[in-house]
Write a protein that binds this ligand. Structure first.
Ligand code: FAD
Length: 783
């Protein structure tokens, strides 16, 4: 008999097929039931919850591997003691901002960086580390790398190769295999530590004396979801161990397994290329690919088009590895309390203030590809909101009312929108460290919950898709959801869910038979976060006011999204100010229309500030709305120049870029004014979509092709830039798009340093890293 059990690997990972205890090749689960299980420690540092979720998944998995995991957040230092720890320690840490540790790892990083610690401080420690980062940002996985470097400097030994997972391409690419190998490594480490302790007589600590890293064979088998239709699938050869019994990730009981297996058929039989659309039960969609007919020499060709709801072979015919089902852990009930006063935004009154929008200006012309808007807020009533150039403001926006309504309908709760929501932990929940989300206040209505607390626009993670499978009636839709969260469906997940930023509501609309309970949404949807915007003004020039500039983000239509939509916050702001918006060329009729108030809080940035020494030169690189903080820098500098006419001021350079001179050259007049007044020494502008006639380009380039992007202009001014950075102790600031621009600028700077100093790539990278460490190369990037 084979006992099939889905082990819970919460967020990422594989379904693990547990063989019967008798069949297990490894002894620790089979040995005496009263045996003390070996322990290990899992520590996480997490900003957005991803690292925490992976750490929790490991802790949940542990028991199934015959181990005990002690899970703590790095800031809970009362819960662990690395100074005395003799069990393996697994670190899962993310990186935030400009390579900073997450807030809940800050103290730990500070502690291990202490110069007074002796070299052998962690000599006894055995660790493994998974670092999460995003290569779109500078200092990839910096927190993980910092922790690792200090652990090693303090004598700790690595028992498993460090994983560096990149959110830019999908964390799972690294996380999945890393987790897969982790268990073998932990057991080998435990075994080695035990034998080291008890040598020469091996054994103890609940592990096999024969179990050494060299001899160990993993007891983890990948579980393949069966196609279930062997006749149709005869031709499909997989690398599956054919002895394995297939199991559903969804179920831990044999009967549930059978049900799932029978429903996991591919949308179309193998060999038929999915052309025959099959009707299955209550299916209202088909996952077999639709036919597109084209004519060629009189013969119709059938081409297949994949989509969010339809897969193509080989995926539609493939066996699937799906993540284990995340254990439900919340109980949610609704209570009718009669009429309830609707509360708007329960914000922290000390930091979040409701302020009037004074003015709203469209900075781009009507035919520009993007719409850039400037808002002026009146913050004069709140002295605590006094800001410095370089700071940002968090804007608190609600979810869109029509989407909240859509979600209520989708959940079948439209008549209960005003009911009180009670959220509590399930009594016997299996989730380690389970907590009611702290961002769900007491005594709120369902409407409030969906409007202000949950990010209902968030892109569903694979674990969420996995959980949705359980609430999907139609087998075809279920199969497609399984595909999208499976290892084999990774490319489809990226193409149809992740890349187009598909929202949960869009997904639910595309899968009509999916009826999740409210509790599932609360378990999986993240907190609705405020959106930060850089101050585009200086309060020296605009006392009691702050300006910010933003592009209205547009998401085009895609499979699963019949019509395009705007970004949540930028779309909301656009709708709020639209009646009172002032367009280029339209006379401002101040006072005729009262603009609404919005909730904001100050978000100081202590390093992204102009140099305090006025004589130091600095360079600003800010294409598009990335120019925002530099308007603040220059307004402040203008004021300082007026106040200190005799002072020596360092040179200032601004590299700006946009598509067209006439459509989206933001702050053109103000920037040219700064040049005229001498506040801005050099303004270098490029236009990526204009014809080649460019005055600013001509100034520096005659033999070189016209600069199109800011990095081209940097290169053209390489000598000045490197002189400022390498010889004059100057600063370089980059602001704007993280995905392309910041990277291109970084690469260009490396090239420039290579040429200037005649050094190789590595040396140039070290030089740039040095500038970053000295906080003379600073980035404020987003996207
Ligand atoms: P959402 O509905 O949240 O959609 C977000 C998605 O839109 C992202 O996943 C990304 O794919 C895309 N996206 C995010 N930002 C942009 C963008 N700027 N252009 C195009 N696509 C984008 N934005 C500004 O326009 N001006 C600023 O001064 C500014 N300052 C910022 C300062 C900081 C410190 C940070 C972290 C971000 C800043 N942003 C700024 C980005 C801003 O906070 C929002 O992310 C952006 O306006 C999109 O919000 P949304 O709710 O409309 O989009």
């Amino acid at each position: 008999m084979v006992l099939v059990r889905a082990a819970a690997l919460h967020n990422v990972g594989k379904v693990v097929l547990w063989q019967s205890l008798c069949n297990l090749s490894k002894p620790e689960v089979c040995r005496m039931p009263c045996e003390v299980k070996p322990r290990f420690v899992v520590l996480y540092g997490s900003q957005k919850g991803q690292a925490q979720s992976i750490a929790e998944g490991i802790a949940e998995e542990a028991e199934g591997h015959g181990l005990i995991a002690e899970l703590s957040c790095l800031n809970q230092n009362e819960k662990y003691n690395l100074e005395k720890e003799n069990a393996p320690v697994v670190f899962i840490v993310s990186t935030t901002g400009d390579g900073e540790p997450p807030d809940n790892a800050l103290q730990f990083v500070k502690r291990i960086k202490k110069k007074t610690l002796p070299n052998d401080h962690y000599k006894h420690l055995c660790y493994a580390l998974l670092a999460l980062g995003d290569t779109n940002y500078a200092n990839f996985c910096n927190c993980g790398k910092t922790i690792e470097r200090h652990l090693q400097e303090l004598g700790a030994k690595q028992f498993y190769a460090t994983g560096y997972a990149d959110d830019g391409v999908g964390l799972e690419v690294v996380v999945d295999p890393w987790l897969e190998g982790l268990w073998k490594a932990i057991k080998a480490a435990l075994s080695k530590m035990a034998s080291d302790r008890t040598a020469p007589s091996k054994g103890g600590v609940g592990d096999s004396p024969k179990e050494t890293p060299d001899s160990y064979t993993p007891d983890v088998q990948l579980n393949l979801l069966s196609l279930g239709d062997h006749q149709n699938c005869e031709s499909i050869k997989t690398s599956v161990n054919t002895d394995s019994k297939y199991a559903s990730a969804a179920s831990s009981s044999a009967s549930a397994t059978q049900t799932a297996v029978s429903e996991l058929r591919p949308a179309s039989p193998a060999g038929s290329l999915g052309l025959a659309s099959q009707s299955r039960g209550t299916a209202s969609i088909s996952t077999s690919a639709p036919e597109t007919q084209t004519q060629d020499a009189g013969f119709p060709h059938l081409t297949l088009a994949g989509s969010l709801t339809c897969s193509l072979p080989p995926l539609s015919e493939s066996s699937l590895n799906v993540p284990a089902l995340p254990p439900p852990y919340l109980d949610v009930s609704l209570q009718d309390v009669g009429t309830m006063k609707q509360i708007v935004g329960q914000f922290n009154k000390e930091t979040v203030h409701e302020v009037p929008i004074n003015r709203a200006l469209q900075l781009t012309s009507g035919d520009s590809v993007k719409t850039a808007l400037l808002l002026e807020l009146d913050i004069s009533a709140y002295p605590t909101m006094a800001y410095q150039p370089g700071d940002s403001f968090d804007v608190f926006c609600p979810n869109k009312a029509t989407e909240v309504d859509g979600m209520l309908h989708r959940l079948g709760l439209q008549d209960q929108r005003n009911d009180h929501v009670h959220v509590s932990l399930k009594k016997d929940n299996k989730k380690k460290g389970a907590q009611v989300p702290s961002y769900i206040p007491q005594n709120i209505s369902l409407l409030y919950l969906l409007t202000w607390c949950l990010e209902i626009r968030s892109v569903p993670k694979k674990a969420f898709l996995r959980a949705l499978v359980e609430h999907t009636g139609d087998s075809v839709q279920r199969r497609r959801l399984q595909e999208l969260c499976s290892k084999q469906g990774g490319a489809d997940y990226n193409q149809y869910v992740r890349d187009p930023s598909l929202s949960v509501l869009e997904l639910l609309t595309a899968f009509p038979s999916c009826q999740p309970p409210l509790s599932l949404l609360i378990e999986h949807l993240p907190k609705l976060q405020p959106r930060p915007y850089s101050a585009a003004s200086s309060c020296l020039k605009h006392p009691g006011k702050v300006h910010f500039v933003f592009n209205v983000v547009e998401f085009p239509a895609c499979s699963g999204r019949p019509a395009g939509r705007r970004g949540l916050c930028t779309g909301w702001l656009f709708d709020l100010i639209n009646p009172g918006l002032v367009f280029p060329g339209k006379a401002e009729c101040s006072g005729s229309l009262t603009l609404p108030k919005i909730h904001v809080s100050l978000r100081p940035n202590c390093s992204f500030r102009p140099p305090s020494d006025l004589s130091v030169p600095f360079i600003m690189v800010g294409p598009g709305t990335g120019v925002a903080p530099f308007i603040g820098f220059l307004q402040q500098r203008e004021n300082e120049r007026q106040e200190n006419p005799d002072a020596v001021f360092g040179e200032t350079w601004l590299f700006f870029g946009c598509r067209h001179r006439d459509r989206d050259y933001l702050f053109r007049e103000e920037l040219e004014g700064f040049v005229c007044s001498g506040t801005l020494s050099h303004l270098k502008v490029c236009f990526s979509r204009d014809d080649q006639e460019q005055e600013e380009g001509k100034e520096v380039a005659t033999s070189v092709s016209q600069p199109r992007y800011v990095q081209h202009n940097l290169l053209l001014n390489s000598q000045h830039v490197t002189e400022i950075l390498l010889k004059q102790n100057g600063y370089l600031y980059v602001c704007g798009d993280a995905k392309n621009m910041a990277k291109d600028v970084n690469d260009t700077l490396i090239e420039m340093i290579k040429t200037e100093l005649q050094v190789d790539q590595l040396e140039a990278m070290k030089t740039l890293a040095g500038l970053r460490e000295q906080k003379r190369y600073l980035q404020d990037i987003w996207g």
